[in-house]
Write a protein that binds this ligand. Structure first.
Ligand SMILES: O=C(O)CCC(=O)C(=O)O
Ligand SMILES: [Fe+2]
Length: 273
């Protein structure tokens, strides 16, 4: 099964879709030069142990980190925005940033970002939610008076034409309404996880509650993906090394715009500041 990828161009319909479906599709956000630049930057960025990066190869096993168990090529770079100005550009890329601010507030920020290359042999992931901030019975969520804030979302910048062989992300549309994590379930409301098959340069964003999984890659080609994690300001940023080891790279600091600085955590004073 393939996910229906429908484009909504105005913010009001986009917000409605995030409430109803829990995900949104933005075709052609990046042009071919930007895709090539990002892919090259991912190839050139070295994994760093203290940042909790992971690196594995098919021959050499798991060389750094623990992510996904090794046995295939994997490069998983955390806090990507801090590694290169090329990654920084995408924390406030339009139209994602306008949507993020409408969902998570004008003072929203990013809680992380990854640059992620996965190779042939990457296994299926179990169906999961990244985070269910407010678990509730599904019939409570179905009540039209109940409208939960959208606490966290992930924007997936796909840098390949995604086929079944390449190991697409799979989601169950609407499953944020389950009010819970899937556990061992593989369906919700009679629906299985459906593949996001899209083109290089397209972006899909979904709520942290959505039931989803990465899937097995049987392609000789590597999959290149940039993720940007947005959240309400009250949600803690996940910027290793911990504790207190994270420093903004001076080159990034020197060129970040006021909006980018806010997204990185430079906030106006509030109750707890
Ligand atoms: O690899 C993917 O397409 C999705 C990965 C994912 O959901 C995760 O690592 O939490
Ligand atoms: Fe996930």
């Amino acid at each position: 099964m393939v996910v229906e990828l429908k484009e909504y161009t105005d913010l009001a319909s986009q917000l409605e879709a995030m409430e109803r479906d829990g995900y949104l599709y933005f075709p052609g956000v990046l042009n071919s030069d930007e895709i090539a630049e990002l892919r090259k930057c991912m190839d050139e960025t070295e994994p760093i142990a203290e940042n909790r990066d992971s690196y594995s190869t098919s021959e050499g096993g798991q060389l750094l980190g623990k992510f996904q168990g090794g046995g295939f090529f994997l490069k998983h770079i955390k806090v990507a925005f801090n590694r290169s100005p090329i990654f920084l550009k995408y924390i406030d890329r339009s139209p994602l940033i306008e949507l993020a601010e409408a969902m998570h507030g004008e003072d929203c920020h990013i809680i992380g970002s990854t640059a992620w290359i996965t190779g042939e042999g990457r296994p299926d992931q179990q169906l999961h939610s990244d985070w269910v901030p407010v678990p509730l019975p599904a019939d409570v969520l179905a009540d039209s008076r109940v409208k939960l804030p959208i606490f966290a979302t992930t924007a997936f910048y796909y840098l390949d034409d995604v086929t079944e062989e390449l190991g697409p992300t799979k989601i169950i549309p609407g499953s944020h309404k389950s009010g819970r994590v899937p556990g061992d379930d593989t369906t919700w409301n009679g629906q299985e996880a459906q593949s996001i098959l899209c083109n290089a340069g397209d972006v899909v964003i979904f709520r942290s509650e959505i039931w989803h999984r990465g899937s097995r890659s049987t392609s000789k080609d590597n999959r290149y993906l940039l993720q940007v994690f947005y959240a309400n300001r009250m949600v803690t940023q996940k910027f290793p090394p911990y504790p207190h080891g994270f420093r903004l790279n001076k080159e990034i600091l020197a060129q970040a715009t006021p909006r980018q600085l806010r997204l990185l955590g430079h906030h106006e004073g509030g109750v707890y500041d």
